[in-house]
Design a protein around this ligand. Structure first.
Ligand SMILES: Cc1ncc(COP(=O)(O)O)c(C=O)c1O
Length: 402
């Protein structure tokens, strides 16, 4: 017997998750525009514009800059499989689930992989990478700029310095940071940098922007063996995204429309302003949480991601119950922790379109109410008041500097 299946009618959530984030109405409209073929002259122009915008997002002039037809994990595959082959050595900084995924993927190649670890909640110490690489001929040093599973931001420059000393290329996961935290691919001399469409860019999930330096391009060209993956072999994918526009695979045309529109929105706002907006909203959120007596996993404020905050669950509080109540009562979607952090943290995203003052204040008010009903009493109104104070201090500081 066939059952009637109705038309889609999903709830309009406020997606304060570590991704995907809510998207702007303009991006929905772009998704609904007519399809053309992937070799259509119109689409070739869309491709040029998409690449131009992506170079702006990454702050790079690199020729090989395009969106992979894959989620962020596909970006990791491409970034790691392309440079590594038999006889190579890779050092991967692991401080959470996603940087560990980079190590897991690298370990599937014939290269030798060393994990350089830090406790969850902290960035890896570049000194440990220097020690681990001593006496080795290291091909890549890999790290996650933003470790979404723990809310840690890693500052890239010290790792570039160590990679230079080791003669290695630098591979950086910016899935959680592109368009949400300062990043200058060329100036910071990142060799392979990839991201995801669904986070601070506020486009739908399913695309992984990637950019490759000339040095990495040459290293890929000089390989003795074929890249393990046909789909993620960057040299052949570039036949389509390069000047020849030769068929490689059929790309998700509608997602490219949406990504292009999302990046037009970023460009209109301006990257620096957007980075500052993310930082300011994260400051207000953490000020509010601290005023409520709630702890944060990342102790050092300079190590906190502006896009994702890892919030410690107070003793005796049921993490899942609170999260479900926020969803049912306020339509606010948040996330829990992975692995050893399961049940111990909530992860609250303020990414792209979602990183707004109104959302921070709504979340703090809703969180106070839900916590109270679950047995945690924060000083009444303290979270919202602290966040408002943080915003007005930032406004005063901005007025003085003008
Ligand atoms: C830092 C980081 N890297 C990689 C990924 C994997 O991306 P995806 O889930 O889009 O495959 C994520 C996803 O949350 C992430 O946060």
């Amino acid at each position: 017997m066939t059952q009637h299946i109705g038309e889609l009618n999903p709830p309009m959530r406020l997606m304060m998750t570590p991704g995907p984030s809510s998207i702007d109405a303009r991006v929905y409209r772009a998704l609904a525009t007519p399809l053309v073929g992937h070799l259509d002259p119109y689409f070739r122009v869309v491709m040029d514009e998409t690449q131009q915008l992506l170079r702006q997002m990454f702050q790079t002039e690199s020729r090989i800059t395009f969106p992979l037809s894959a989620s962020g994990s596909g970006g990791i595959e491409a970034a790691v499989l392309n440079p590594l082959e038999e006889g190579d050595e890779a050092l991967i900084c692991v401080n959470g689930v996603f940087s560990e995924r980079m190590a897991i993927i690298a370990e599937r190649t014939p290269a030798r992989v060393t994990r350089v670890e830090a406790p969850y909640g902290r960035p890896v110490d570049p000194e440990d990478v220097r020690r681990a690489g001593k006496g080795k001929k290291v091909k890549i040093v890999g790290l996650a700029h933003g470790e979404t599973s723990t809310g840690v931001l890693t500052s890239i420059d010290a790792f570039r310095k160590v990679a230079d000393e080791l003669g290695a290329m630098l591979v950086v996961d910016t899935v959680a940071t592109l368009a949400g935290a300062p990043l200058h691919v060329d100036r910071q001399r990142i060799d392979i940098c990839f991201s995801g469409s669904q986070k601070a860019l506020s486009a739908p999930p399913g695309m992984s922007p990637i950019t490759v330096s000339t040095r990495a391009e040459e290293a890929i060209r000089a390989r003795k063996s074929k890249v393990q993956s046909w789909y993620f072999d960057l040299s052949s994918a570039m036949n389509y995204w390069g000047k020849d526009r030769l068929y490689h695979h059929t790309p998700p045309i509608s997602l490219i429309y949406a990504l292009r529109e999302a990046m037009r929105i970023v460009a209109e706002e301006g990257l620096e302003k957007r980075w500052e907006r993310h930082r300011q909203n994260e400051h207000a959120l953490t000020a509010g949480l601290e005023a409520m007596g709630i702890g944060l996993l990342v102790k050092n404020p300079a190590d906190r991601l502006p896009t994702v905050t890892a919030v410690l669950v107070p003793d005796g509080i049921d993490e899942v119950k609170v999260r479900n109540q926020l969803l049912d009562e306020f339509n606010i979607e948040t996330a829990g922790g992975f692995g050893p952090l399961k049940g111990k943290i909530w992860r609250v995203g303020l990414m792209g379109h979602v990183s707004q003052k109104g959302n921070v204040l709504l979340f703090l008010a809703a969180f106070e109410k839900v916590l109270l009903e679950n047995g945690y009493r924060a000083p009444a109104g303290a979270g919202v008041a602290a966040a408002i104070k943080c915003y007005s201090e930032a406004e005063t500081a901005a007025a003085v500097s003008r």
